[in-house]
Design a protein around this ligand. Structure first.
Ligand code: GSH
Length: 200
């Protein structure tokens, strides 16, 4: 398997983390997304959306979208429950991650860490922070009652949400008011085979 990736990307990290915990060997290809390498005709043939991560399976199929890749890799493993309602709950939290969380928390981090904070971006940042905090509030309320997101154990729902939550301070989010989230990030980081976001 081959993973088209970018080391500072939380979406790429989701896949790297699961592959490490599954003990799967793969080739990692670094794509320079800041200089347009995910928008070349060659890359667009792999993912028309022009984004990493993309997994190239052993059969030569290109699978984009971090959470779809997690679903594919986790199927039949302890990281994705068997019960259909649990699987639906995993999908629910991964959908929440893509709609409520990532566009606010990951985007704030990307703008602050990697792009020029133009006046327009600076103005939009306040809105991103407001909606990002709303997503964190939802997570905090859930994690006050539960140790993990689904089925009382570590699953790909936790991986999907952990990727950008634990680096949220890099996007200007203060995690001090979220003790349940902080305790959960410690539990996630203590899982066997855990790697950090900077590990390729
Ligand atoms: N929904 C996608 C989002 C992927 C995404 O936004 N990738 C970013 C890096 S985190 C990217 O490749 N950006 C490069 C570009 O837009 O040209 C996923 O979850 O995989």
């Amino acid at each position: 398997m081959r993973l088209y990736d970018c080391l500072f990307s939380g979406n790429g990290y989701k896949v790297r983390l699961l592959l490490a915990q599954l003990g799967v060997r793969y080739e990692r290809i670094e794509v320079d997304i800041l200089h347009g390498d995910s928008r070349t005709p060659e890359f667009l043939a792999k993912n028309p959306a022009g984004r990493i991560p993309v997994l190239e399976t052993d059969e030569g199929v290109y699978l984009p979208e971090s959470n779809a890749i997690l679903f594919f890799l986790a199927d039949g493993t302890p990281f994705l429950p068997n019960r259909s309602l649990d699987r639906a709950q995993v999908l629910r939290w991964m959908s929440f991650e893509q709609y409520n969380h990532e566009p606010n928390i990951a985007t704030s981090r990307h703008w602050i860490q990697h792009l020029e904070l133009t006046e327009e971006r600076h103005a939009r940042l306040a809105e991103k922070h407001e909606h990002g905090r709303e997503a964190l509030d939802v997570m905090e309320a859930h994690l006050r009652r539960e140790d993990f997101f689904v089925a009382r154990r570590y699953t790909i729902a936790d991986i999907a949400l952990y990727a950008y939550t634990h680096v949220a301070p890099e996007g200007g989010f203060d995690l001090a008011p979220y003790p349940a989230i902080r305790a959960w990030t410690t539990r996630v980081a203590a899982q066997p085979g855990h790697i950090s976001i900077s590990q390729g």
